[in-house]
Design a protein around this ligand. Structure first.
Ligand SMILES: Cc1ncc(COP(=O)(O)O)c(C=O)c1O
Length: 327
């Protein structure tokens, strides 16, 4: 039977689940570690799901009309996903990016026809960050208000507050894991940025089996900016969700979904991603290294012997070649 797709958007989701047998053997891991390879999405990250979901929901609700511009602020992968969806569906796209985001991301978005603006170049963002002692959620809110005031033909996707973000993981990522494992999954490990991935996937899996444990990754103290170390190497896409003021937690993060919070430092994430590349033969990004680092630590616990641990690996390492991830 012929199988020809009609749009790149039909290829979003249904990513493979791989048991990393070489890695398990090398590290003497007595559990099954299954990695969900989100770089198999057409634009190489989990955020293709979120981008498509937010745009199609806005179309359904009639808040995104032909000729409109889609706008977002993001650490990069959502921008790439939205640029792709905008190109494939014929919308304009503009993204505000954090300055430290890798050059590959800026270039990829522009190659897909999107406009990129550095957040540091937007006065309202700098002013709000200053006023609120670095509250990024408040800065995005202020930016959103200003953008919507200036132009009526804008759809601001707002992945930090858009329910279509976690919902797509409840509708696709969770069910894919459940089906691909025949329901044999004990632990889910995932990083938290907006919290969309872990909230939607975790909620679905727990609805099928409440005994499934969900482990949420947060950057360690050495990997978040502080007075002593204002510019540490960060884990792109992963942010603290505990130990910060409640109003700074994204609305898309369900604080009831996880059973354990696990802190990982960037250097440990790098080591794991490098080791995985040489042991298994594929490249993933820093947040994937962080998630796998935590999964291995959890797998080593006596009570987890023989368990099945599913780890979400959000994106490709190719997006980090200009960074310190791979030497
Ligand atoms: C590379 C990477 N890893 C992890 C995440 C976290 O995913 P979520 O926003 O669904 O929590 C993101 C989100 O931007 C990301 O870009």
């Amino acid at each position: 039977m012929a199988r020809i797709y009609n749009s790149i958007l039909e290829l979003v989701g249904n990513t493979p689940l791989l048991e990393i047998k070489n890695y398990e053997k090398k590290h003497g891991i007595d559990a099954r570690i299954l990695v969900k390879l989100e770089y198999f999405n057409p634009n190489q990250s989990v955020k293709d799901r979120t981008a498509l979901s937010m745009v199609e929901e806005a179309q359904r609700q009639g808040i995104l009309k032909p000729g409109d511009t889609i706008v977002e602020t993001t650490s990069g992968n959502t921008g790439i996903g939205l640029a792709s969806v905008a190109a494939a569906k014929g919308y304009k796209f503009r993204v505000y990016l954090q300055d430290q985001v890798s050059e590959e991301r800026f270039k990829t978005i522009r190659a897909l026809g999107g406009e990129t603006i550095k957040l540091s170049e937007v006065p309202v963002v700098a002013e709000t960050l200053d006023k609120t002692n670095g509250d990024f959620v408040a800065a995005v809110k202020a930016l959103k208000e200003q953008v919507l005031k200036e132009d009526k033909n804008i759809f601001f996707a707002d992945q930090l507050a858009n329910p279509a973000n976690p919902r797509i993981h409840e509708l696709t990522t969770g069910p894919e894991i459940w089906e691909d494992t025949d329901g044999e999954v004990d632990i889910l490990v995932a990083g938290v940025g907006t919290g969309g991935t872990i909230s939607g996937t975790g909620r679905y899996l727990k609805s099928k089996n409440p005994d499934i444990k969900v482990v949420a990754i947060q950057p360690g103290k050495g990997s978040i900016p502080s007075d002593d170390n204002p510019e540490p190497e960060e884990i792109t896409g992963v942010h603290p969700f505990e130990g910060i003021p409640a109003e700074q937690v994204p609305e898309t993060m369900d604080l009831n979904v996880y059973d354990e919070r696990f802190e990982v430092e960037t250097e440990d994430a790098y080591k794991v991603a490098r080791d995985l590349a040489k042991t298994e033969g594929f490249l993933v990004g820093t947040s994937s290294g962080a998630a796998l680092y935590a999964a291995v630590e959890v797998a080593k616990r006596e009570e987890n012997r023989g368990k099945t641990i599913v780890v979400i690996l959000p994106d490709t390492g190719l997006r980090y070649l200009s960074t310190n991830l791979f030497e």
